[in-house]
Write a protein that binds this ligand. Sequence first.
Ligand SMILES: [Zn+2]
Length: 51
Amino acid sequence: MKKERKVECPHCGHEFHTRSKLVKVTCPSCGRKIPVKMKKEMQKLMKKKGK
Ligand SMILES: [Zn+2]
């Protein structure tokens, strides 16, 4: 399964999809770094790791 995230660049408004697992991705349009919001999956992982 491919897990892609839809990202909208806050700088230029360009929308694109990324499969990056990084917290930040680079906008292909303006080349700036964009912080990717945490998904619920991540929150689940965090809970599992707790204690
Ligand atoms: Zn951009």
